[in-house]
Every structure is written in C-alpha cells, then in structure tokens.
Design a protein around this ligand. Structure first.
Ligand SMILES: *Cc1c(COP(=O)(O)O)cnc(C)c1O
Length: 223
C-alpha cells in the first residue's frame, strides 16, 4: 500500500502540465500515509477539518504547506491562524473579514481563495457567482489588511455527465476571468483551484492551475 502511494503520486505529478499545482488531499488518512507522499517529494497537502489539520501539522515535517479546503466555521478560525499556507474555502464575506482580523491580530498574512458555488448540489458551500462579482465590483477587498486574495476555488457537480462537469468548470473559470476584468489591479490573483480525482483532466482543459487530489493518491477514505 505505502509503496503504491509514492508511485501514484509520482505518476500523477508527471502527467500534470507545467503551471498546475498538486494539492494532495489527505483528509481521513493517517500520518504514515502522508509521510509516504512526503517521501515522494510532495509538500502541499489539503485537509478539511480543523482538529485533524492541527494534529497533522504537529506530526509532519515543518516544510509541508497546508491547504485548508473544508467548510471553516468562524469559531475555529483562530485555531488555524498561521498554520495554513492557504485557506481555499472562504465562502462568505463574514468569514473573510474574520480571517483578516485574526490574521492581523496574530501578525500573519493569510493567503485565501474565494470558493464559488456552481454545482447542482445545494449542500456545497461557496459564494454564488453574482455575489462574488458584486464583492469585487464594490472593491470591498481594499479594506483587507492581512489577507492576500490569491484566486478562486470551485467544485463541479458530482455526476458522470462530463458535459455538465465541463460546463461547471467553464463557469468557474469565467467567474475568475470576470473578476480580473472588474478589478484588473488585483495583485497576485492568479489561482484557479478546480479538479479532483475523477474530473481533473477536464478541469485542466478548462484552465485549472491547482488540482486537489485525494482518492487517486491515497485510495478510498476510511471515515
Ligand atoms: C475531499 C476533497 C477533494 C478530494 O477529492 P477526491 O475525489 O478524493 O480526489 C478535493 N476537494 C475538496 C474540497 C474536498 O473536500
């Protein structure tokens, strides 16, 4: 099994085009398995639960860059300040402004992605596209002091219908492009995080710069 993780991650990285970053989504997998990926050269890991992230940060080498990819409750923001290289799943202005205040308080700058909701499932979180565009049109980001807006993250509908998946990714990329038109002076806003184990090829074709892969690296999650 462990040998497989190293092989799989190496094979996935080899197939990724230049300019597409791999986030190894390690949620629900034990530290030994993360270490196998680390041994194969992987440094960017994604986690979706605060408590699990905190434990793994303590157990893994210090040069790992952690991405938080799950729904972040406002009452847990303080616990992860300074631990994450990037929070990919900012899904409300309230959460963003709290991250900004807590980052300033902690003396850190937090890199974030705005999560946009285009999928059919109501359960998935994120800004509606129009809501996100309004945020940038109103230039509310100018008040951020300790947050670096690096781009957007999104998920496609969970379906075998690859036409639908492609349309979702095109919509996410369209929102990204529109934000840059609305606010061309945004600096370092260059990341489009989309694509998971089952749909990463389509996501890359649609302009992804960051894929988040769990199952194809670590196997099925044991919840
Ligand atoms: C779990 C998760 C992934 C990884 O999904 P796989 O299908 O296992 O590759 C990617 N993105 C987010 C936001 C996730 O929660």
């Amino acid at each position: 099994m462990s040998h497989d993780i190293a092989q799989r991650i190496t094979a996935i990285r080899r197939r990724l085009p230049e300019g597409v970053e791999l986030v190894a989504v390690s949620k629900f997998h034990p530290v030994e398995e993360l270490l196998e990926a680390y041994g194969a050269g992987q440094r960017v890991f994604g986690e979706s639960r605060v408590q699990e992230l905190v434990l793994k940060v303590g157990a893994m080498p210090a040069d790992v860059r952690w991405h938080f990819i799950g729904h972040l409750q406002t009452n847990k923001v303080r616990q992860i300040m300074g631990l994450c290289h990037m929070i990919e799943s900012v899904d409300s202005v309230r959460l963003l402004e709290l991250i900004d205040r807590e980052s300033e308080r902690a003396g850190v700058v937090t890199r974030v992605l705005m999560q946009v909701h285009v999928a059919a499932e109501e359960t998935k979180t994120g800004f509606e596209p129009g809501e996100l565009l309004d945020y940038f049109a109103a230039r509310k980001f100018e008040s951020l002091r300790a947050t670096h807006l690096c781009g957007i993250m999104g998920m496609a509908t969970n379906t075998d219908d690859m036409g639908r998946v492609r349309a979702d990714f095109q919509q996410i990329k369209g929102v990204f492009d529109r934000i840059l038109e609305i606010a061309p002076d945004l600096r370092g806003f260059d990341t489009v995080s989309m694509g998971m184990s089952d749909d990463r090829e389509v996501a890359i074709e649609c302009g992804s710069t960051m894929v988040r892969i769990g199952t194809d690296i670590f196997g099925p999650r044991r919840y």
